[in-house]
Design a protein around this ligand. Structure first.
Ligand code: ZN
Length: 71
């Protein structure tokens, strides 16, 4: 009599519809670009919220922590 201790379950691939995958990809890229802009590029002069440094000051510590050039 032989007893197997190995699991008998089989793995199955995850099927994601193409349109749903495209939406996730687009959303992830858009979110990443927005974070990159606000943390790394927004300096006040090119701010999308007017000629001020509110966004720059909000993300200032993150900018230094991630090594983006600042001052
Ligand atoms: Zn700085």
């Amino acid at each position: 009599m032989t007893m197997s201790t190995l699991p008998t379950t089989r793995s199955t691939p995850v099927v994601v519809p193409r349109t749903r995958a495209a939406l996730w990809l687009f959303g992830t890229v858009a979110f990443g670009l927005a974070v990159y802009y606000f943390v790394g590029l927004d300096q006040g002069a090119t701010s999308v919220f007017g000629n001020n440094t509110y966004i720059h000051e909000l993300f200032h510590d993150a900018r230094h922590f991630l090594g983006f050039p600042c001052h």
